[in-house]
Design a protein around this ligand. Structure first.
Ligand SMILES: NC(=O)c1ccc[n+]([C@@H]2O[C@H](COP(=O)([O-])OP(=O)(O)OC[C@H]3O[C@@H](n4cnc5c(N)ncnc54)[C@H](O)[C@@H]3O)[C@@H](O)[C@H]2O)c1
Ligand SMILES: [Zn+2]
Length: 353
């Protein structure tokens, strides 16, 4: 598939072939290579990856525990310390082999150590491939507040190999697919339809849908490098979704909710608000509701929980002067940014869950 250029970074979608990565390493001859993994990508992805990596440089593997709860500054400190002890220098290269947690955290660590070293993302989860590793945003959470600390700094390249999905759990495949559906909702009605018709995560057809998703995100990011307009659309479903996610992280009993699952609820509720505030046709909303119901997520909140979730929305990075700003859909495939919605309407939208 044709490489995609995005803000001084190149995205390659490959099929069990790391030639581009090996050629880059040969040309740059880094002083050392640090590979960041979590325990699950160490077990499931590293053996394949390392057997295909060609380099004479010194290799160091740094492993962290898997999970969103480790995407924080304490984990960064551990990785920074390990890299310094292992003799990293400005000519070292970092390769982030894992899901969105590894690429977000690894990209941030690489961007800041020694004031920044080169790094490459090799995403291994579906969410990482179609979303987290694309666009140059890196960072970590602070407490339960998501992605509050970070930088925008692109990797030198992202190498997407859908072969890694063979070991990813079904729940995480669904999780990643939700961002793909989001790409259809904001940008491309035909793509939304194709996603709804897809039946198999491990097929040529699905690999092509991954590539198209990356194209949609890249086109949006390229058109709006400073997040003044179109790029906000990538946050569709995330104003409410992130608040649900933060709330669930704080409530221990609910920590099993994945990012995409929270976003799916956010997509449903923000689509409901889109009917009222942006003219989304009711028939489009019905399609989105049918899609959401089929996910069978079982996400519900009582009244006081909803109030707490709305309070979390005050931290949304899109807010202006304390007002909660939404991206809303005019129809499937097109959006409006900076829509102000009252807290009361948000509260009522929760009845849709
Ligand atoms: N930077 C961005 O623009 C951006 C965009 C969207 C999401 N994100 C971030 O991405 C993160 C979520 O990403 P995620 O869902 O990939 O999380 P993750 O990194 O926690 O991966 C999900 C789980 O799958 C495991 N895993 C990954 N690849 C595997 C494989 N091939 N086989 C078996 N297990 C595998 C991981 O160990 C983990 O347990 C969130 O922190 C979110 O904020 C960032
Ligand atoms: Zn997301």
């Amino acid at each position: 598939m044709k490489p995609i250029e995005l803000n001084n970074s190149t995205i390659y979608q490959v099929d069990r072939d790391f030639t581009v990565l090996n050629e880059y390493i040969k040309k740059q001859s880094p002083s050392s290579i640090f590979i960041l993994v979590d325990d699950l990508t160490m077990e499931n992805c590293y053996p394949y990856f390392i057997s295909h990596l060609e380099t004479v440089a010194r290799l160091e593997v740094i492993e962290i525990d898997n999970g969103e709860e480790f995407k924080n500054i304490e984990t960064c400190t551990g990785v920074w310390n390990a890299m310094i002890e292992l003799g990293s220098d400005r000519n070292s290269l970092m390769i982030n082999l894992g899901g969105g947690v590894i690429t977000d955290l690894g990209g941030f660590v690489a961007s800041t150590i020694k004031r920044g070293i080169a790094f490459i993302h090799v995403p291994t989860s579906l969410l990482g491939m179609v979303d987290a590793s694309i666009g140059g945003k890196n960072g970590v959470d602070i407490g339960s507040l998501k992605n509050q600390i970070g930088v925008i700094n692109p990797p030198v390249m992202t190498v997407i190999d859908p072969g890694f999905l063979n070991t990813l759990s079904y729940q995480h495949l669904v999780n990643g697919s939700i961002e793909m559906f989001k790409h259809g909702l904001i940008a491309d009605r035909a793509y939304w339809n194709d996603m709804n018709n897809a039946t198999d995560y491990h097929s040529e057809l699905f690999n092509a849908l991954i590539y198209q998703s990356i194209l949609i995100k890249s086109d949006i990011v390229r058109s709006d490098p400073f997040e003044k307009g179109a790029r906000k659309a990538l946050n569709y479903g995330h104003t409410i979704g992130h608040a649900i996610e933060s709330y669930c992280m704080d409530e221990e009993a609910l920590t099993t909710l994945l990012h995409g699952e929270a976003i799916a609820a956010g997509l449903l509720l923000e689509s409901f608000l889109s009917v009222q505030f942006a003219g989304l046709p009711k028939s489009d909303y019905k399609e989105i509701k049918t899609w959401y119901d089929a996910l069978d997520l079982d996400i519900t909140f009582d009244n006081s929980q909803i109030e707490d979730i709305i309070a979390y929305m005050q931290h949304d990075k899109k807010n202006v002067n304390g007002e909660i700003r939404f991206v809303l859909l005019e129809q499937i495939g097109s959006f409006k940014t900076d829509q102000v919605v009252s807290e009361d309407s948000i509260y009522k939208a929760f009845e849709q869950l």
